[in-house]
Design a protein around this ligand. Structure first.
Ligand code: GLA
Length: 378
């Protein structure tokens, strides 16, 4: 779909095609720093060029139509009833931003919903960015991310951290973003030009994902309480070993978080030095820690990462996102993308019986308004 198609779609909804404004928000892939954001630690995601797009105009109420999602979302500003569908993300965001009016918008996406690439966060950030711009609310991107996270925590009921919304709101082209989830300070880290991001969707989605996710979050809060620290960010691996007995069954969870925080910083340094060998080792330890200590991997994710590591041209591979299915992220030599994709797909199918979806992505800029005539972000 082109921006022009979206303009026409807005017209079919009763909007004024001539007055349409255009917005985009990217999905994200996390390079490293998994399940550390809600422990106020470090993460290093990149926004990717799989996105959600919208042509829209200010309108007294909300009327949103997506070519990917049904039904249409229609509600009035201030409406607090949950509908149990995708419109709840927009409703939650509007309740957090409280703009003086609503939005009529036609949406489309190259970002597949439900794949583990943060389509929900991209949708939230898209709506928030449009409202912020059209109603001149004056919110800076980190504040947009914070409000979107709150919408998801309080209205939709998923206790996610802030990584996905931060990546979608603040991404930088060609860069990953080191985020300190306590201060929300960000540091762009260049991805070498000759490297590419290959994302493999395992095709596995576990129904219990949201409840398992919330359980992990509570386990971490309990571990921090037992250690007497405000969050696991404050606990080093040494402190955690010292309190092994006090932590009991929560010890491996806390160990994952503390060691993962260190790996993020080491991965940033390795990326800076162009040390792909070190990066490969860090990705592998992260994956193993998530599988063994945090228990959020699954056989398909383990297999996909194992296969990738044996393919020449792949520098680093691991599961990415919440886990329980979803995707692996692979840092590869960009020029070998077609060959690596072919080998990965064949071997994954042979070993798991599943057809994977593989995306070759570039690190993209964060959400914003687009001037389609120039193809340039406003
Ligand atoms: C999901 C959440 C994020 C983060 C990751 C795990 O994507 O939305 O906030 O916790 O899982 O790193």
């Amino acid at each position: 779909m082109t921006w022009e198609d979206l303009r026409q779609a807005l017209g079919r909804m009763g909007g004024d095609p001539g007055g349409a404004r255009f917005f985009r928000a990217p999905g994200r892939v996390n390079l490293i720093g998994e399940h550390t954001d809600y422990n106020l630690g470090y993460v290093m995601p990149a926004a990717i060029d799989l996105e959600v797009h919208m042509a829209c105009e200010p309108h007294p109420s909300f009327h949103l139509r997506s070519h990917r999602r049904r039904p249409e979302a229609k509600f009035t500003p201030g409406d607090t009833r949950r509908a149990g569908d995708w419109g709840d993300y927009a409703k939650g965001v509007s309740l957090q931003l409280r703009p003086p009016g609503g939005l009529r918008g036609a949406l489309e996406a190259s970002l597949p919903p439900g794949s583990g690439l943060s389509s929900s966060a991209a949708l939230e950030v898209l709506i928030a960015t449009a409202l912020n711009t059209l109603y001149t609310l004056g919110l800076e991107p980190p504040e947009i991310a914070r409000r979107c996270q709150r919408a998801e925590n309080e209205f939709v009921g998923v206790e996610c951290g802030i990584m996905d919304q931060m990546a979608s709101a603040l991404g930088r082209e060609g860069h990953a973003l080191l985020i300190d989830c306590r201060s929300l300070d960000t540091e762009p880290v260049a991805i070498p030009r000759d490297m590419g991001l290959l994302i493999l969707e395992t095709g596995v989605r576990r129904a219990l994902k949201a409840s398992e996710f919330n359980t992990r979050r509570h386990e971490c809060a309990e571990a921090a309480r037992l250690l007497g620290v405000p969050s696991l960010r404050e606990a080093t691996p040494e402190i955690i070993e010292k309190h092994r007995a006090d932590l009991g069954p929560l010890h491996p969870r806390a160990r994952h978080v503390a060691t993962e925080n260190q790996r993020v910083i080491e991965a940033r340094d390795a990326l800076r030095r162009g040390d792909l060998e070190a990066l490969g080792a860090l990705f592998q330890s992260s994956h193993e820690s998530l599988a063994r200590d945090y228990h959020v991997s699954c056989p398909e994710l383990d297999t996909a990462a194992e296969i990738a590591r044996a393919i020449s041209g792949v520098a680093a591979s691991r599961m990415t996102g919440a886990g329980f299915g979803g995707c692996t992220v692979n840092l590869i030599e960009a020029r070998r993308a077609p060959e690596v994709t072919r080998r990965l797909a064949l071997e994954y199918k042979r070993r798991t019986g599943r057809d994977p979806t593989i995306h070759h992505c570039q690190a993209a800029a964060g959400a914003g308004e687009v001037l389609p005539d120039t193809g340039i972000d406003a």
